[in-house]
Design a protein around this ligand. Structure first.
Ligand code: SF4
Length: 367
């Protein structure tokens, strides 16, 4: 592994068996020919970064588990030459497309972490979101994964659904804890214009209820031993190493349609058009990031993490002191009680964490 190579690889697999009503991601319904062309193109795209060995690999989507056994095997074979030093290898899995054989295949190729798309334990909520699974597939899937030896399991939950009550949300949290997993990611529903919900003109829930739901999650999960290590992510002991690369503003490579890379001072945005992608026209926009852009993005990502930003890491990266570059924001936000410097790190206070948007505005205005 070369010292300056990116350590994190994201591969976007843009296929789903069913399209969820809230989804605005880059995805299409599974189709054998489209998947074949995609895999062929992916095999070419990965060659743009030869010889890199990644520490973390994340297969996201879309629904990677929607691929059949042969397609999954091809996908893993494409990545295999770059996974010799992998420490954390995650795949996103939806309950309805998991099988015992696929779980075993994941293990055979070194996958050691699953991000499981649970979203809700209330069947009416799953149906409302047009999710493809039933509640009884959730526990069954977790058992299958454990039986093949995968114990690092994260689940996603969505809250702030229209008409969702605090009781129903509490039920979801309670059921999540019964699974005895180590990591939970929470997402507040956003109504995207281009998603089914947007077209249906679904109204979002009142922001006060959304806030109450988030507070309830923080309290419930804290009582169960979960640490909120990032705004939306909670763990007992296994933070996502892959996502920490993003939040630490490390370089990473993103492959597949709609994926983004941060590579040697550039943001490389892949085309979202699957047809273009399959014709090897991988890149959409390539943005040269100025030093100011990079410094601000470093702060923006770093303050999402509860432990904050190590001042030494900023200085090493930019040859400047964070406290000097952002002197005015540091002063104003410290005076407001929103940020603090503790043991060589700058981080949000508990109150500042809830007002991160405002804190970042102050940093944005400094440069
Ligand atoms: S499974 Fe994920 S990517 Fe696929 S439609 Fe649903 S939300 Fe979108």
């Amino acid at each position: 592994m070369r010292i300056n190579d990116p350590k994190a690889l994201y591969v976007h697999v843009p296929f789903c068996d069913v399209i969820c009503a809230y989804c605005d991601f880059t995805r299409v319904v599974t189709h054998p020919k489209l998947i074949e062309d995609y895999l062929y193109a992916l095999h070419e795209e990965i060659k743009l970064y030869p010889d890199i060995q990644y520490e973390t690999i994340y297969l996201g989507g879309g629904t990677p588990s929607a691929l059949d056994m042969d397609q999954l095997q091809t996908l893993f074979e494409i990545i295999k030459p770059h996974s010799k030093s992998v420490k954390e290898y995650t795949i996103e899995v939806n309950p309805e497309s998991l099988t015992v054989d696929k779980a075993q295949l994941f293990v055979d190729y070194g996958v050691n972490r699953i991000s499981f798309g649970v979203q809700s334990f209330n069947q009416d909520e799953l149906d409302f979101m047009h999710r493809g699974h039933t509640t009884n597939m959730i526990k069954r899937g977790i058992d299958w994964l454990r039986n093949v030896g995968i114990t690092n399991i994260s689940i996603d939950l969505i809250y702030a659904l229209p008409n969702q009550t605090l009781d129903k949300w509490a039920y979801n949290l309670g059921q999540a804890l019964l699974l005895d997993i180590d990591h939970i990611s929470l997402y507040a529903l956003t109504i995207e214009e281009n998603a089914e919900f947007g077209r249906m003109k679904i109204k979002p829930i009142a922001s006060e209820i959304e806030e109450d739901m988030y507070e309830l999650a923080i309290e419930t999960l804290a009582k169960a031993g979960f640490h909120r290590y990032e705004i939306s992510n909670f763990t007992k002991s296994k933070p996502s190493q892959h996502n920490l690369h993003y939040w630490h503003y490390d370089d990473y490579i993103g492959l597949g349609p709609g994926a983004v890379s941060l590579y040697r001072g550039k943001r490389i945005e892949n085309t979202k058009n699957l047809l273009y992608y399959s014709q090897f026209k991988f890149h959409g926009e390539i943005i040269e990031l100025s030093k100011d852009d990079q410094m601000f993005e470093f702060i923006m990502m770093g303050l999402r993490v509860r432990e904050g930003i190590e001042l030494k890491r900023f200085e090493k990266r930019f040859n400047q002191s964070l406290l000097d570059v952002y002197a005015s924001a540091m002063k104003s936000e410290t005076n407001k009680g929103l940020i603090e410097v503790v043991d060589g790190t700058v981080r949000c206070t508990e109150r500042g964490y809830g007002l991160l948007h405002d804190v970042l505005l102050a940093f944005m205005e400094t440069v």
